[in-house]
Ligand binder design. Structure first.
Ligand SMILES: C[S@@+](CC[C@H](N)C(=O)[O-])C[C@H]1O[C@@H](n2cnc3c(N)ncnc32)[C@H](O)[C@@H]1O
Length: 284
């Protein structure tokens, strides 16, 4: 407890504690923490120190690395460390390529089957719900087409938000007006500026926590399409390569993987062919 009248100074992160934390973060979730990230890590974790009433990073590290900390603090710490920036209709040409090229071919090759998509690193849900809107529109033009979406993230905080499916008017701004009218419910209190994804879309998406560094993804079936955009940018090349090899095993022959616009697989030892900028395919 801070005495009344005493000014509380934020704890400083020493090089030693930064080293302990950055090694641990890399080992646990693959995210690289070079020295330039020290100030960012310090600022983000100071919030946790305040919440826990802990006064130094050394004390925080000791708690985090204890059996009790591993159970109670690990998930909270990872929530602070991940960068969750996302948007509806982010990198829109991907959705165009999906509906104009990928889906028409898929429908021809798999009549009567259900398309399975994985939004891997889905953050607060904008990406899987965008997919839901785009695929629902495609289904209207292609009777008999059906799909299901698995959306995963390491951060429980963003997954909770994704499950509520509630967004602000400004967050849904990139959604085209005709889709807003169909797929977003406005709050009864119009002045709240809050909208919610319609139930028919919400029930198409299954959210689950998954750490890409886990030994087992817990997936028995292979997928038709993976969206893993703006995630591997935080990993180093060996981690990227290992992850892409695992994604490859998770893909059906002929399946597609969409990466973020600044992410390239060139130079990685994975048998995926480039078919469109930042879109790759497992050979049939
Ligand atoms: C910048 S967001 C990208 C969201 C969305 N794919 C997009 O492009 O808009 C990256 C997401 O990857 C998640 N992430 C980072 N490391 C992860 C890991 N080891 N396992 C699973 N998800 C991870 C973060 O929690 C974050 O929500």
């Amino acid at each position: 407890m801070v005495e009344p009248g005493v000014i509380e100074h934020s704890a400083a992160l020493s090089a030693r504690d930064f080293g302990r934390l950055s090694r641990f973060i890399y080992d646990t979730c693959g995210i690289k923490m070079p020295d330039v990230k020290k100030t960012m890590l310090e600022a983000r974790l100071q919030k946790r120190l305040r919440t826990l009433g802990i006064h130094s990073f050394t004390e925080y590290c000791d708690f985090l690395f204890s059996p009790e900390g591993m159970e109670k603090e690990l998930v909270q710490m990872l929530d602070m460390v991940t960068t969750n920036k996302t948007d509806f209709f982010r990198e829109p040409d991907h959705f165009h390529y999906l509906t104009q090229t990928v889906l028409p071919e898929w429908v021809k090759r798999h009549p009567g089957l259900t398309l399975s998509i994985w939004s891997a690193g889905c953050s607060s849900g904008e990406e899987p719900y965008t997919l839901c809107m785009v695929l629902s529109e495609f289904a209207l033009r292609n009777p008999g087409f059906d799909f299901r979406i698995l959306a995963t993230d390491i951060s429980t905080r963003v997954l909770e938000k994704a499950k509520t499916a509630i967004y602000t008017e400004s967050q849904v701004e990139p959604v085209p007006m005709d889709l807003k009218k169909k797929y977003l419910l406005r709050s009864k209190d119009r002045s709240s500026g809050i909208v919610r994804i319609v139930p028919e879309l919400r029930e198409k998406v299954r959210f689950r926590r998954l750490n890409f560094m886990d030994d087992d993804f817990g997936m028995r079936e292979q997928l038709d399409i993976i969206f893993c955009r703006n995630v591997i940018i935080y990993f180093d090349r060996p981690t990227q390569e290992k992850l892409l090899q695992r994604f490859h095993r998770q893909m059906k022959p002929g399946a597609f993987i969409f990466m973020g616009h600044s992410e390239t697989l060139s130079g990685l030892d994975v048998p995926l062919a480039s078919v469109y900028p930042t879109v790759y395919r497992r050979p049939k």
